[in-house]
Design a protein around this ligand. Sequence first.
Ligand code: GLN
Length: 533
Amino acid sequence: MAAKATKYVFVTGGVLSGLGKGITAASIGKLLKDRGLRVNLQKCDPYLNVDAGLLNPREHGECFVTKDGAETDLDLGHYERFVDEEMTSTSSLMSGRVLLKLIQDERAGKFGGDDVQIIPHLTGAIQDWIMKAGEGFDVHIVEIGGTVGDYESLAFIEAIRELGVRVGLENCVYVHVVYLPYLGASNETKTKPAQNSVRELRGLGIAPDVLVGRSEKLANNGVKQKLSLFSGVAEDAIALLPNAHSIYEVPLTLEDSGIGDVINRHLGFKTTRPDLKEWRNVVKQATAHYDKEVSVAFVAKYLDNTDTYMSVFEALKAAAWSNNCSVTINWIDASKFDGPKADIGHVLEGHDGIVVPGGFGTRSLEGKIKAAQYALAHKVPYLGLCLGLQMAVIAAAREAGLIDATTFELNPQAEHQVITTMSDQKDKLMTGGTMRLGDYRCQLEPGSLAAQLYGKMDIVERHRHRGECNNDYLEQFATWGIQASGINPDRKLVEVIEGIDHPFFLASQFHPEFKSRPNRPHPLFAGFIRALN
Ligand code: GLN
């Protein structure tokens, strides 16, 4: 029997960027998965980059790594957390990736003398990537980055229009997310920009089936009527999404608006409404008031955009809820403490715990090493993530007297590079997509804190790094007061270190935050927050 054809949900945005299209797509995914459907998601990004690996995380937000090692947009993190499925590289499509392949095909003579054009070749190639990602799923949800009308997203918009014709419009739902500004002076929510955006989308050949109206405050129902009248979208296919206390409320709001059913019906599925009981509990935890609060000093480089550390923050919050407390995250600019005389102790003082997240480059490294030294000396709970492990090892070595211990990033010529470039990473000229990326195994040391937290010995976690513990120093670890409690069995790389005589000093070379879920916090984060209570 032939496999059933995949159906599609396309999510576009209008009026403004940053409306939460990713969260809307993820929420729709959750509502369809909970109806028993097999769901995949995909983010199409108009950037000419091939992937998100070389984008500045300060501006673009975190680089989310999939299990198969793709460096992707942070929206994939939302998809994973909401839908609770692990995405793969097919779920992230940037223009550069499609163009690179298209041009390579042209060079290989695959077009047999034809002109190679935006339409049909580029738009056709985009469709092929989308259909490939959707293969084997009941529904494939495709989010188009940017805002309708942007010059650079035109090829994607045209591609999803053509795809609708190719697979039949009855197999596609077009969801358009728009902004509804509120005018305080007249106490009104305005619909004109949204009307214009729908008109623009129609002008590009796409008639939206569902509208999601984002606003600061809840708009009244008259707004739905008006939007429906001017956009031609049925009133019951319009959801109003005012700012929520927690992003995890969005699936519930959409379900309560009936959008799950509208999409379900349009695509011809005969599934019933999900009860969303577990998710309601997540929202309850995320919005509850807790008597107990713990504080974390977040010692990082970029301080002005929470998106930069999205998965880490979500993991910390979920870990706090599971420990029946809330967490206050105080950002500390580590680069202010890079100078030899700068004392980070006075800003760390009073915090229940310290987190050093991942990072690249030289700026802020000395400040982070000092933070780890402080955690060791004052027995303050410490959680290090990737770079945070590397800084922790240097801190332990320095505390034990090896004062010129350092890392390849600070000084590639240094004598005591306790953190060094991995052998297969040396002299790499191409920096895009060449790190040690994605899932690798790790064996934990029986009886270690890490093994206790995981409750098992063999784990698989996601990676993104070039540097590693220098195994020449492994035997000195005990004299530095740390142990390697997790090792990659294939290459003997250190994956986890922990303090020997310390209440909680734990760091991983991998990124546990990517596998944390709002309803299932990662054990390392849960254990860290527990240690602060
Ligand atoms: N810059 C370090 C390395 O490449 C750490 C990477 C990270 O924190 N993701 O090894």
